[in-house]
Design a protein around this ligand. Structure first.
Ligand SMILES: *Cc1c(COP(=O)(O)O)cnc(C)c1O
Length: 413
């Protein structure tokens, strides 16, 4: 099956009571079993089945299975948010004294999270993840994971996942990729060597900004060395599945990071149109990026433009679609605020991946907790505006930007 068909048919449970075409929402905290013996078997993992929604829920399982198919992984774990997914994905294998090597151009919330880890003795070394020789030089005996985003939010740098995963594997280290901005429609990181993929499904996967959620997809291929990853020791017998077995039977269930069944249901509805939405988001973003690029005094960053330093890497991953996020530098914070305030169609808020166009000033919002150095490395400037381009008619979007820019005094060259 090709991608759009998969979205509708793979991982979907079809044998439904009454012939409903959508799976019911199992809005139940706990599940009744025929006998104490059955319950014992479920608790010991000797048989499948459900007991308590924090540990598993049929609606959530279906969502997980559908994401597994899309990312081309072996198994997925759904979480209450993208950050719950990222924290679980990492803490599942890390302990005090370990080091993360991470791309510097990360989502601000993830940078803040990695700083929280410092209180537990887990250090992050920030790098340009495409500078393979520097990344190599930063690997120490304590490095336990390499982390990057497919398309950085909001830096819009694109990771050469093939090169980074090759380096990670040479050193016996797994690569975890945050695929939120690209989505599996544009890039499937596992096909390029990633071991674990995380998505904030709050964004494009849900698609209509109606629920917060995240998901961890395990490729099931990494050879876990139990001496280096002692957290996984009790799950050694599961081989390549040691990681997800630990997650589901350990950290994830014990941190209570589960996804609500109602939100899994809403995600599955949104998911079905991911392909056509991403096509539209990407085409609109490319056209808007080209339009804004024709202005004097505005610097446009979009992986689909040849002027992007990451265009070639992006085109190597997908030469047709480059995602829905565009950033512009407009000369000053004052201009950035004026542009945001003058737009009529765009919503002014800190989110991406909605059907509607959204604009934000990252420096004073999502990256507000970062230091100046972190902001610089993450491509967050005082005059930067991030645009999450929606699926409106592009003529209306261009007109909205044209009018707003005219008000500030920008002209096309
Ligand atoms: C939004 C976002 C997250 C965090 O996801 P939440 O669902 O808000 O917790 C992580 N990574 C990226 C790239 C994001 O855009």
């Amino acid at each position: 099956m090709k991608f759009n068909t998969k979205l509708l048919h793979e991982g979907v449970r079809r044998e439904r009571e009454f012939g409903a075409t959508l799976s019911p929402i199992y809005q139940s905290s706990a599940f009744d079993q025929p006998s104490a013996e059955d319950l014992e078997k479920i608790f010991s993992g000797k048989s499948g089945g459900y007991c308590y929604t924090r540990v598993g829920n049929p609606t959530v399982t279906e969502f997980e299975n559908r994401i597994t198919k899309l990312e081309g992984g072996a198994v997925s774990t759904a979480c209450a948010s993208g950050l719950a997914a990222i924290s679980n994905a990492l803490l599942n294998i890390l302990k005090t004294g370990d080091e993360i090597i991470s791309a510097a151009g990360l989502y601000g919330g993830t940078i803040d999270l990695f700083e929280e880890f410092e209180a537990f003795g887990i250090k992050t070394v920030w790098v340009d993840a495409n500078d393979i020789e520097t990344v190599r030089s930063k690997i120490t005996e304590n490095t336990r994971v390499i982390f990057a985003e497919t398309i950085g939010n909001p830096k819009l740098d694109v990771t050469d996942i093939d090169a980074l995963s090759a380096l990670a594997h040479e050193n016996g280290i797994p690569l975890i990729i945050d695929n939120t901005v690209a989505t599996p429609f544009i890039v499937r990181p596992i096909e390029h060597g990633a071991d674990i993929v995380v998505n904030s499904s709050s964004k494009y996967i849900n698609g209509s900004a109606n629920s917060i959620s995240g998901v961890i997809t395990d490729a099931g291929k990494f050879k876990w060395d139990i001496e280096r990853y002692p957290n996984l020791a009790p799950y050694k017998k599961f081989g390549p599945f040691a990681y997800t077995s630990k997650l589901k039977n350990g950290l994830w269930r014990n941190t209570g990071a589960c996804l609500a069944p109602q939100n899994a249901f809403l995600n599955m509805i949104g998911l079905e149109t991911l392909g056509i939405r991403m096509e539209r988001h990407s085409n609109n973003a490319l056209e808007l990026a080209r339009f804004l690029d024709s202005y004097e005094g505005i610097t446009v960053n979009y992986p689909g433009l040849k002027s992007s330093p990451w265009h070639d890497i992006a085109a190597g991953l997908n030469d047709k679609y480059f995602g829905g996020i565009v950033t512009v530098r407009v000369g000053s914070k004052e201009n950035a605020f004026k542009l945001i305030n003058s737009l009529k169609i765009a919503y002014k808020l800190s989110n991406i991946g909605d059907t509607k166009t959204l604009v934000v000033h990252p420096s004073s919002t999502v990256a507000a907790h970062s230091t100046d150095k972190q902001k610089e490395e993450a491509g967050v400037f005082e005059d930067l505006v991030r645009i999450s381009v929606g699926i409106e008619d592009i003529e209306d979007l261009k007109e909205d930007f044209e009018k707003a820019l005219a008000e500030i005094g920008f002209t096309r060259s």
